[in-house]
Design a protein around this ligand. Sequence first.
Ligand code: G3H
Ligand code: ZN
Length: 293
Amino acid sequence: MLAAWRAGKVIPAFNIPYLPIMKAVVCALRDTNTFALVQVARPEWEKFEARSLRAIRQEYERVKDERYTRLHLDHVPVLDEDGLPVDFEAIIAEAVDLGYESVMVDGSRLGLEENIQATRKVVKMAHDAGIPVEAELGMVLGHEAGPLPPYEELFESGRGFTDPAEAGRLVAETGADWLSVAIGNIHGAISGAARSQKKVEARLDIAHLDKIQEAAPVPLVLHGGSGIRKEYLRQAFGHGVAKINIGTTIRQAYEAHRSQSQSAACQRVYDAVVNLLVTQLEVAGSAAAIQPQ
Ligand code: G3H
Ligand code: ZN
């Protein structure tokens, strides 16, 4: 991640809500010579069919190709999308034991001080095991049930945007290695009918991103990566964003075709990943430049 960040490049991270998706993602990475993370977030085993941390780990072991992939634990929220407390330490400890190669603690629904405390605990645990930690500050909305205000209204108000000074404190006081930020990006919906609908095309506030990067000089992460307008993505990658999370685009490609057959659905995922790497993110071929240590 540091190599990508220093070179102004981005590492995509693909979410796996259904186990068969993983092989299609890895094949697309291999065929395009691209480096990326394979990741799973708590909602994907709670609300979709990723099953468990162990099941994902086993599937990763079966299909991985370490020239192109690493396994990351995405969102483990301290308070989940339904407002309920989560035993985040136990989940992250399990992932560390299972050999996940980086982890995220999502304290973004907490106040700053509580977020710092929770993140610190995870940093200690992960760094003891020699792996990096992603933290989150600001509200990347969209996973919560219920409708959001109109997107343009949200963007114009800057509601939930990461505060640069707070970002500086969180990183300095916790030792978090990567920081997930909110600068106009939102998550694709995961509940009700909205989860099958086309996601809004988000924009990004690049001037705000610059302020965050200045205060928090670590690789920044863009969640809600599906459907962000390309002209904003290109700018973000040169301004501190070194990781982009992609969930909705490949989940919807799979869900729309799984009634046909699993192989047809996986082919759609493969096509969607290749298209993202080549056309949208323009990272195809990155494996040669981003050499994992
Ligand atoms: O952590 C997961 C991501 O932020 C994915 O967001 O489903 O909107 O692409 P997305
Ligand atoms: Zn996310």
